[in-house]
Design a protein around this ligand. Structure first.
Ligand SMILES: *Cc1c(COP(=O)(O)O)cnc(C)c1O
Length: 393
């Protein structure tokens, strides 16, 4: 049986190999920055990568390799490259594909730092971007220019759990000879595998579900051997290398990814349904609800579930939203997402507090909008917690 035929969790637990003479069940951590060679000839060979072995951790490390092998198996790619953060993965992937004179199309609601890369960094290097308010396939098509080289996808995304039709965007890109990158952080490879839909490179903030325990900052890129080779060259220059201890924690996290995401999916769907009927809640945004504007697309491309992220709009003003999040006892107020603990943010009073109200509302951030990363606590406790907090609004 090839690894590709094994189930998701079996691949996550047993996939990938590193040399270990002692046959330990858990792969050892190679917490080392560099590796010995016995002859200058061997050193030259390792540096030029013309044979097996390790040279320097920015070039490669066995623990990091194991994480990469598992990610390639889970996303269905030929190769993967681990990085020091999700932004290191995205910046590395994007910079490896683009040259001065190129044009990018991306949704306006991409992760904030990704928006910054396209909006304020790349223009200085001669790369222009067009941002889509409503990124349906038609909008991507209308934004195409003769020099469009990259169609960037992030689905689902902030803050309203927007969904993009991956196969539709890939078809457009292929017809034009452009590349596609998909940020698969919210969905995880358990729910969605963009490479199977024809995407060229998948990026993750491994800080989120892949690590899953709020204790590691990391990223990863998955794709063809050829494109990953290009990413490796870029990463070695920009330097966003993953630390071996972080790789060790990620290998451990991946082993329970299937179990955790199963629970995130079920709890988020149950909480979304509960909130949709709550008198204090004006709206719930969750791709798994039939009322979501792209529920059908989500159901097609998210094959096992709709993920653990949702947002809700509490009725009332900014102060009402703030009172609600401050009244929570189980859920914690914190940025980031995708871990065992339920985390909430109220953008209008925190991350978007300095935005003019009209601009904020135009970006879909209502006064009472609360983003919830549903954790793996007992569902009854999460529902009781949200109910008692909504009672205080
Ligand atoms: C967090 C996040 C990132 C950035 O990842 P870091 O690990 O914080 O650098 C990128 N994309 C999405 C969708 C994210 O949630």
């Amino acid at each position: 049986m090839g690894a590709g035929e094994l189930g998701f969790s079996t691949r996550a637990i047993h996939g990938g190999k590193i040399p270990d003479a002692n046959k330990s069940v858990v792969a050892p951590m190679y917490q080392t920055a560099t590796f010995r060679y016995d002859t200058v000839e061997e050193g030259a060979r390792l540096g030029a990568e013309t044979g097996p072995g390790y040279f320097y951790t920015r070039w490669g490390n066995p623990t990091t390799d194991l994480f990469e092998q598992k990610m390639a198996l889970l996303e269905g790619g030929e190769a993967a490259l681990a990085t020091s953060s999700g932004m290191a993965a995205i910046a590395t992937a994007v910079m490896s594909l683009l040259r001065a004179g190129d044009h990018v199309v991306a949704p306006k609601a991409v992760y904030q730092a990704t928006f910054g890369l396209f909006d304020s960094v790349l223009p200085g290097y001669g790369v222009e971007a067009t941002f889509l308010d409503d990124p349906d396939v038609g909008a991507y098509e209308r934004a195409l220019r003769p020099n469009t080289r990259l169609l960037y996808i992030e689905t689902p995304n902030n803050p309203l759990l927007g969904v993009i039709d991956i196969a539709g965007v890939v078809a457009l890109a292929r017809a034009r000879g452009a590349r596609t990158i998909a940020d698969n952080t919210f969905a995880t490879p358990y729910n969605q595998t963009p490479l199977a839909l024809g995407v060229d490179l998948v990026c993750h903030s491994a800080t989120k579900y892949l690590g899953g325990h709020h204790d590691v900052t990391a990223g990863v890129i998955v794709g063809s051997r050829d494109l990953i080779r290009g990413c490796v060259k870029t990463m070695r220059i920009f330097g966003g290398v993953l630390d071996p201890f972080a790789a060790f924690l990620l290998v451990r996290g991946l082993m329970t990814l299937g179990l955790r995401v199963e629970r995130h999916n079920a709890s988020a769907l149950a909480l979304a349904r509960h909130l949709a009927d709550h008198p204090k809640v004006a709206r719930v945004h969750y791709p798994g609800l039939p009322g979501h504007p792209r529920h059908a697309v989500a159901a097609r491309q998210m094959t096992r579930g709709f993920g653990g992220m949702l947002s809700l709009e509490v009725r009332g003003d900014v102060a009402a939203g703030a009172r609600c999040v401050e009244a929570l006892r189980v859920a914690k107020l914190a940025v980031s997402l995708g871990g065992v603990s339920t985390l909430v943010t109220h953008p209008a009073s925190t991350t978007s507090v300095n935005m003019p109200r009209e601009v904020r509302l135009a970006a879909g951030i209502a006064d009472g909008l609360i983003r919830v990363s549903v954790g793996v606590e007992d569902l009854a406790d999460l529902i009781a917690d949200v109910d008692q907090a909504l009672d205080r609004v």
